[in-house]
Design a protein around this ligand. Structure first.
Ligand code: B4P
Length: 191
């Protein structure tokens, strides 16, 4: 079993590299951003609450997202046996602590945290480029800058948290998608 967190600022390539990791390692993919966007599309109560936060570039409250994650793990007991790629979760220290507990309750743990490191001007460029096609309400310059601020305030402390546990693997997230993936594979294959 291999459980990986893919970590980085908005626009760092988490979703992009997750797609390649799923293919290569045959792991189950959980993207909390995708779960929330799916709920927004379907107009669920959760979607209505989440949209308010996402459009402001803020995080959805911890209690809500932790419950969602627990539910996804419970609904996919069969699918998660080989391991999971956690994409966009955890995003706060309380989420990381909750994840540790959720996995311990299921007799497993996080093996590695892949940190995609990308300079801020490139992050904004990528988000705006995607915004031209994605239709995502948070892919505009104002919200992107707020998302980056939220990342610095609430999410970036997780780097030190996982470094202390010896799990953080820094990856240069600038370059071609395939070259970045090669760096990730190299790092994970040495686990
Ligand atoms: P996410 O869906 O996770 O959005 P994100 O951080 O912007 O990452 P995303 O996956 O979209 O971008 P990626 O880096 O792959 O979250 C959306 C919102 O949901 C959050 O802001 C928050 O409000 C809420 N949310 C989600 N999880 C939560 C949690 N745990 N707690 C609370 N709230 C939560 O890629 C960006 C772009 O870069 C792509 O268009 C890609 O094509 C491009 N790209 C990738 N690699 C590239 C490369 N090497 N070169 C050039 N371009 C590249």
């Amino acid at each position: 079993m291999l459980n990986i967190v893919i970590f980085g600022a908005p626009g760092s390539g988490k979703g992009t590299q997750s797609d390649k990791l799923i293919d290569h390692y045959k792991l189950f993919h959980i993207s909390t951003g995708d779960v929330l966007r799916d709920n927004i599309r379907r107009g669920t109560d959760l979607g209505k609450v989440a949209k308010g936060y996402i459009d402001q570039g803020q995080l959805v409250p911890d209690e809500l997202i932790i419950d969602i994650l627990a539910q996804v793990l419970d609904d996919n007991k069969e699918n998660i046996q080989e391991g999971v790629i956690f994409d966009g979760f955890p995003r706060t220290i309380p989420q990381a602590e909750a994840l540790e507990q959720l996995l311990a309750d299921r007799g497993t743990k996080i093996d590695a945290v892949v940190g995609l490191e990308v300079p801020e001007d490139e992050l904004i460029k990528r988000i705006l480029l995607r915004g031209q096609m994605s239709g995502r309400s948070d892919d505009n310059e104002d919200t992107a800058r707020k998302r980056l601020e939220t990342y610095h305030n609430q999410t970036s402390p997780l780097k030190a948290y996982y470094e202390e546990q010896g799990k953080y693997r820094a990856i240069n997230g600038l370059g071609s998608i395939d070259d970045i993936f090669d760096l990730i594979k190299e790092s994970l294959d040495s686990l």
